[in-house]
Design a protein around this ligand. Structure first.
Ligand code: FAD
Length: 433
């Protein structure tokens, strides 16, 4: 069976669903292709894994630099409209706290100046202020002490599953067609002909080919491993473990924990597995009906690179974090929430991607600009995904680029290692996750 479209979006996750909304609202006949979330990770194919298969992502406007601050602020300003238009709630405005090593003061000053320019209000707090406002929260013992940056408004956490559902509903309302399928191959009729996207549906296994003038590849962290890129393209994009511990919280302990903001800790010390960079989300009700508080490492040495398709598959299928990761996350939980008495603790494994620039790739791969990519959330693409999807749609449509940074900054680098001098992703500075 064959279908036609102006644009095929490969990947119905955070970037793809937002882009499909903007493309279809601009009048492009859009097909978005992506499998549903797998029921059992152990039995899933790589293309079925998504970084949004969870209940919470930190949402914040304060960015490590101008790019992230801008995309995150622009997206956050639209959350309530997306909720109202789609009828799907996803944003909890509980505030976001960054606990930053005092030795990073110069960078902290710059971040605050940038956020002020963007109209983002951030309270700068001393350790004494923090103890007074959050008596149950411990402060990590970083060299020179920590200071707190607290965003009380337009910050907290979002439910990435619900946000994707909302964006897909809005895309479909604007005319996009959603194909619940996996892309198994892409080829082109000659250098200027249409693209042929071969798909296999999730439920029946039936194959459908969609023919389109343009392609947007938004297939996430595993894009080099999941048949979503036409040959011979391969992006300079590295994949890292994202280990989490989920602490089940008893109902009687919820009132003391539910008012916490989201927390990230930024430790610039190059101290190997003793590094204290982490993030913590307050308890949320998960699909099994229980309440879990979630902790994970920010970018730091306990994170590990996954280099091959086999390594990635094993990491997902086993859902077992390493003993070092477990020790770090247990330790950080004790530091941040010394009074916590969990009912149970469980492990969860996902992945994040890193680009050499630490920015997403938003650009064309081919000369005639019919093949565009939007990948590389760099571990914190969820909160800015609406703006990242809008920028991707802008590129596909050939519209004006309206970011304060040049579009060249986001040009996708092919060939892993092609960028001069591969960065050491597991050494400071790590940035705000
Ligand atoms: C544990 C964890 C915690 C995180 N915490 C935060 C946070 O606090 N704040 C934040 O802002 N961000 C956070 N992130 C990052 C954020 O979730 C990602 O940056 C974001 O999801 C990236 O969006 P994406 O569209 O690139 O990828 P995804 O959302 O993963 O979407 C990619 C989609 O492509 C589909 N796909 C793949 N191959 C194919 C194929 N062959 N055919 C069709 N479809 C295909 C996949 O099934 C998937 O649905 C976190 C990520 C993880 C893993």
């Amino acid at each position: 069976m064959a279908r036609n479209a102006d644009v095929v979006v490969v990947g119905a996750g955070m970037f793809g669903s937002a882009a499909a909304k903007y493309l279809s609202r601009s009048g492009a006949d859009t097909v978005i292709v992506g499998p549903p979330e797998p029921d059992r990770p152990a039995a899933a194919r790589l293309s079925e894994f998504g970084a949004y298969h969870d209940e919470s992502r930190i949402a914040r406007c304060l960015g490590w630099d101008r790019f992230w601050g801008t995309v995150d602020s622009r997206s956050t300003a639209r959350y309530r409209d997306i909720e109202a238009e789609s009828g799907v709630g996803f944003f909890q405005e509980c505030g976001a706290l960054a606990l930053i090593a005092a030795s990073l003061r110069e960078h902290t000053d710059t971040m605050l100046r940038t956020s002020e320019d963007d109209g983002v209000t951030v309270d700068r707090m001393t350790a004494a202020d923090l103890r007074q406002e959050f008596p149950g929260l411990g402060l990590p013992p970083m060299n020179g002490g920590v200071e707190g940056l607290l965003e009380r408004k337009s910050a907290g956490h979002l439910n990435p599953r619900h946000l994707v559902r909302a964006q897909l509903a809005l895309a479909q309302a604007a005319g996009a067609r959603l194909l619940r399928a996996t892309v198994t191959g892409i080829h082109r009729d000659g250098p200027a002909g249409p693209w042929h996207v071969r798909t296999q549906t999730a439920t029946t296994g039936a194959t459908v080919t969609v023919r389109a003038d343009k392609l947007l590849i938004a297939a996430g962290s595993l894009v080099n491993h999941n048949n979503a890129l036409p040959r011979p393209y391969r992006l300079d994009l590295q994949t890292f473990t994202e280990p989490n511990l989920l602490y089940e919280v008893a109902d009687r302990h919820l009132p003391a924990l539910q008012d916490l903001p989201t927390v990230v800790t930024i430790d610039p010390e190059d101290s190997g597995d003793a590094n204290l960079s982490a993030y913590l989300l307050p308890p949320l009700r998960y699909p099994d009906g229980r309440w879990y508080l979630r902790i994970g490492p920010a970018m730091q040495p306990a994170v590990r690179e996954l280099r091959t398709t086999d390594e990635i598959h094993t990491w997902y299928a086993r859902q077992r974090i390493t003993p070092q990761q477990s020790a770090l996350l247990s330790r950080m939980t004790k530091v941040l929430l010394p009074g916590l008495e969990p009912v149970s603790v469980r492990e969860a494994c996902c992945v994040v991607d890193k680009t050499p620039t630490r920015y997403p790739y938003l650009g064309h791969l081919d000369k005639d600009k019919s093949l565009t990519v939007a990948v590389g959330g760099n571990g914190h693409g969820a909160r800015g995904s609406d703006e990242i999807g809008r920028l991707a749609a802008t590129l596909v449509l050939g519209d004006r680029w309206d970011l304060p940074l040049s579009q060249e900054t986001f040009a996708p680098a092919h060939e892993p290692g092609a960028a001069a001098g591969r960065p050491d992703y597991l050494r400071p500075p790590y940035g705000l996750c």
